[in-house]
Design a protein around this ligand. Structure first.
Ligand code: ADP
Ligand code: ADP
Length: 226
């Protein structure tokens, strides 16, 4: 089954805005997939629905064959979400932030410590494991968000505009961490309005505008058309 399968997804907000007007897409397991589009296109709405933060108006969504509507808890266990805003406690240490997060998901402490070491190393943060998070650089804080989302070992990692408002050096560091996570087998979907980001990371993408998918396919095929 696809890592993410969406059929005729529609969202009309209470104020009448039609943010999604019948979106369908498949993301295959192992893919690194970009949802590219300008501000207001509907990217955050789509990610919000897939991560159960926003209610859909109509349509179907399933993760690895598990229907998001019928089996919400089971579907949610398959995914990890990296929100746009930094939302960890700046007065805690990265190791504690990761271990406490795992505890919230019922992962035993011993196992959480093993995973935290692995994730902090992959995000190049192991030497900062016991440093107050407040003192980390902007790029380190962003990578900490990614490391934390990986603590539950999601099969699908979703990032909403992970690099919005960050400079190119920070972006490249995050890209490296994401590439390693994908190479190790995790499917990744990110939204972005930077073509450069989609180009350097993603194998497949969809371009969304005004709530409609306007292009969809392999990155190479799309670049050839531009
Ligand atoms: P960004 O584009 O940086 O993600 P937005 O300014 O689009 O941020 O949205 C910020 C918040 O306001 C989000 O939670 C979004 O759902 C909400 N929002 C955006 N547009 C509207 C709107 N027209 N009416 C009500 N809420 C909105
Ligand atoms: P993107 O993430 O691509 O910038 P969004 O999904 O945030 O797009 O927004 C799509 C459309 O829905 C925009 O017109 C936006 O103003 C509107 N919108 C987003 N969130 C809300 C909300 N909570 N209430 C009303 N309208 C919203």
């Amino acid at each position: 089954a696809p890592a993410l399968r969406i059929r005729d997804l529609r969202k009309t907000y209470d104020n009448g805005v039609q943010a999604l007007k019948g979106v369908s897409l498949d993301v295959l397991p192992g893919d690194f997939y970009a949802l590219l589009g300008p501000n207001g296109a509907g990217k955050s709405t789509l990610i919000g629905i897939v991560s159960s933060l926003v209610n859909k108006t109509a349509g179907e969504v399933s993760l690895f064959g598990v229907d998001l509507h019928a089996q919400r808890a089971a579907a949610m266990r398959l995914m990890g979400l990296v929100p746009q805003e930094l939302n960890f406690n700046f007065f805690e240490k990265p190791l504690d932030i990761l271990v406490n997060y795992a505890g919230f998901y019922g992962i035993p402490r011993g196992e959480a410590l093993v995973r935290a070491e692995e994730e902090l190393k992959r995000a190049l943060l192991w030497d900062k494991a016991r440093t107050m998070a407040r003192t980390l650089s902007g790029g380190m804080k962003r990578r900490l968000m990614i490391a934390r989302a990986m603590m539950t070992r999601p099969r699908l990692l979703i990032l909403d505009e992970p690099t919005a408002g960050v400079d190119i050096e920070i972006r490249r560091g995050m890209w490296q961490t994401l590439k390693e996570i994908n190479a190790a087998g995790t499917t990744i979907i990110l939204t972005t309005h930077y073509l450069e980001e989609a180009e350097s990371l993603c194998r497949n993408l969809a371009i969304i505008d005004h709530g409609v998918i306007v292009e969809q396919g392999p990155m190479r095929a799309l670049l050839a058309k531009l």
